[in-house]
Design a protein around this ligand. Structure first.
Ligand code: ZN
Length: 392
């Protein structure tokens, strides 16, 4: 039996009760833990020769590093078997928040400039797809049935798999091919049942692969390692969360990058991407996924002040309403206002003290007036702005 329903997260108004009735019940978190002693990532890395060829094909980012980044649209597909796998809408939202924190440096590392917005959630009851094997006919059929516009979305599937996750690489597959995407274990999302791997950072790790990053231990203590110059070499995958002084390639510079999202450490041990990894991701997307970002590379990148960031409005133009996504690095007085081209305030969406975090507000002018507007975010006296275009 297969049944689908829209998510309750994005179903406004009248239909909400009906749609929620069709959706799987919001279940209490499962208490039985799912055993994984080590991070098991099933993403298949290329041979050294292939990796070298890929490296040579890579275009240099065309703009300065700090200007790159953009908005990534996530289409999430929850697969369940009628008993297990029904992660809640709240867990889905927390998973996207975790991605944004990790890619923005809020957890400690480099701000990559990439931000993630959830554009759809669907739920499929199918026991065969739920117990999914990598490379199987079931995986192929599932992706062919469910993938949302892969040219402009990363499709993420949650299922019960023998690994924590796997991903396609950008060079693996044409940018509009439905067979790309990321599969993660449903127990790896925030609040999931996999001890030590349930903060949602499995998806951060797999997203790194999706953007073209290798494991930091790719060629061990041999050059070129992971083709990223600022991730020190590491002899093998890290287990758990060893001391910061751990150094398995002692003849090479630096200690093991045990906190890097592309190592195998516990979720709680993870805290960083590096500037070099960011540059590789930029080059990969530019080379292999030029249509992927909702806001193009080096254009309309997040506007940031010392305390706040405001992301480009997507889609452009928006129909009748527009979603504004912003983040605060610390608690403070914040306003978010929308102005028309004459500078008049047409909407005040936020005015008050807010704690640090990620926020979403919707601008929907009465009567659905079309036109060009500016959203201005003010945090502790500093302004950042984005343009938005509405059509009827
Ligand atoms: Zn991996």
């Amino acid at each position: 039996m297969r049944s689908r329903s829209l998510s309750c997260v994005h179903s406004p108004g009248f239909l909400l009760a009906l749609l929620c009735a069709l959706a799987p019940p919001a279940r209490a978190l499962e208490t039985a833990s799912i055993p994984f002693t080590d991070r098991a990532c099933a993403t298949i890395e290329p041979s050294s020769a292939e990796a070298q060829a890929i490296q040579q094909s890579l275009q240099e980012p065309s703009a300065t590093e700090s200007g790159l980044g953009g908005v990534v649209q996530v289409a999430l597909h929850v697969i369940w078997n009628g008993v297990d796998g029904a992660i809640t809408d709240a867990q889905v939202e927390e998973q996207i928040e975790e991605l944004n924190e990790d890619f923005s440096g809020a957890s400690g590392g480099w701000d990559t400039g990439y931000r993630f917005v959830l554009t759809s959630v669907d739920r499929t009851l199918d026991a065969n797809w739920f117990d999914l094997a990598m490379g199987s006919n079931n995986e192929r059929r599932m992706k062919e049935a469910l993938a949302v516009d892969p040219l402009h979305h990363v499709n993420v599937y949650t299922a019960r798999i023998s690994a924590l996750g796997w991903s396609s690489f950008p060079w693996d597959i044409a940018e509009d091919d439905v067979h790309q995407g990321i599969v993660i274990h449903y127990g790896s999302v925030p609040g999931g049942a996999i001890t030590n791997f349930n903060l949602g950072r499995t998806l951060t790790h797999e997203m790194g692969h999706y953007f073209g990053l290798f494991h930091v231990f790719f060629t061990g203590c041999l050059e070129p390692n992971d083709y990223v110059s600022d991730t020190p070499a590491e002899a093998q995958a890290t287990t758990g969360c060893p001391p910061d002084s751990t150094d398995t390639c002692s003849s090479m510079p630096g200690v093991d990058p045990i906190h890097n999202y592309l190592d195998y450490s516990y979720d709680a041990c993870y805290s960083q991407f590096t500037a070099g990894q960011d540059a590789r991701m930029d080059g990969m997307l530019q080379t292999y996924r030029p249509h992927f970002l909702a806001a193009p590379l080096a254009v309309d990148s997040p506007r940031a002040s010392r305390d706040a960031s405001l992301w480009p409005v997507i889609p452009t133009p928006s129909t009748r309403s527009a979603k504004l996504v912003f983040a605060l690095r610390r608690e403070g007085k914040v306003t978010l206002r929308v102005h028309d081209l004459a500078g008049r305030v047409v909407a005040t969406l936020v005015d008050g003290i807010l704690p640090a975090g990620h926020y979403t507000q919707v601008f929907a002018p009465s009567g659905g007036a079309s036109g060009v507007y500016f959203a201005v975010l003010t945090a502790e006296g500093e302004h950042v702005a984005q343009r938005l275009v509405l059509t009827r």
